[in-house]
Design a protein around this ligand. Structure first.
Ligand SMILES: *Cc1c(COP(=O)(O)O)cnc(C)c1O
Length: 226
């Protein structure tokens, strides 16, 4: 049997890739937060990643994380980001489970989150092309949505997030990253969550402050789980 590749070994490789991209783009390493995407992995994997020094985790499904959360409650100063689509009817549960909601895409959802009464950091998921998943606000919807979120005292809006149509070639996703960075500048939103396992270098070069990395840290996701 092949020896298991550990999270620590994979993290070293990811870290090297980040460092290379940071150097190439004249940025500083501390401008970039590595969000470890643990969807479909059980709590021991989150704990292993935590023991390797990772502190920020991304999860896609509210219900799945509700089941995992008790097992990771003891991880002091771990921060959990919701990076999957959020339905308004799950806003309350999400507000209890996550510190950051990266996928706010409607005024209705923003209002629901605000009404939960818990201070939350939020980002807006932006849909930059018709091929992207149904979720996400169109660029022309941003001004109204930003105004609405800023009118919700429990929500702190810090940035934008996007997920381009999947393509193995990072030069195909790069224009999406560039566009998101432009929108961030236009609207005065400093955080940009963009880039995944296969295109994190392009994202860093285009200004990402948060890269969301799953496969490159944990290997292929277990099948069947959702
Ligand atoms: C699964 C997922 C990721 C991580 O993808 P990898 O290719 O495994 O790195 C990042 N962002 C979102 C929104 C995801 O759903």
């Amino acid at each position: 049997m092949m020896a298991r590749v550990t999270v620590r070994e994979r993290l070293e490789q990811v870290e090297q890739r980040i460092q290379t991209a940071v150097r190439r783009s004249g940025r500083a390493r501390n401008e970039i937060t590595l969000v470890a995407v643990t969807k479909k992995f059980p709590p021991p994997v989150i704990c292993e990643a935590y023991s390797c020094g990772l502190r920020v985790f991304g999860e896609n499904y509210v219900q799945e994380f509700a089941e995992k959360r008790p097992a990771v409650d003891a991880l002091a100063d771990a921060q959990f980001h919701l990076i999957g689509h959020l339905q308004s009817n799950k806003a309350r549960l999400a507000s209890e489970l996550f510190q950051v909601i990266e996928t706010v895409d409607s005024e209705k959802l923003a209002r629901r989150l605000h009404e939960c009464g818990k201070p939350l950091e939020v980002m807006i998921e932006v849909k930059l092309s018709p091929e992207q998943t149904k979720a996400g606000a169109a660029p022309e919807e941003l001004p109204a949505l930003i105004t609405a979120i800023r009118g919700c005292p429990n929500l702190t809006l810090t940035g934008l997030m996007t997920m381009p149509p999947w393509n193995p070639d990072p030069e195909t996703t790069r224009p999406y990253f560039r566009r998101l960075a432009e929108l961030g500048r236009t609207h005065g939103l400093p955080k940009l969550s963009m880039g995944m396992s296969h295109d994190l270098e392009a994202a860093i070069e285009e200004g990402a402050t948060h890269i969301r990395v799953g496969t490159a840290l944990f290997g292929p996701r277990p099948k069947g789980a959702q």
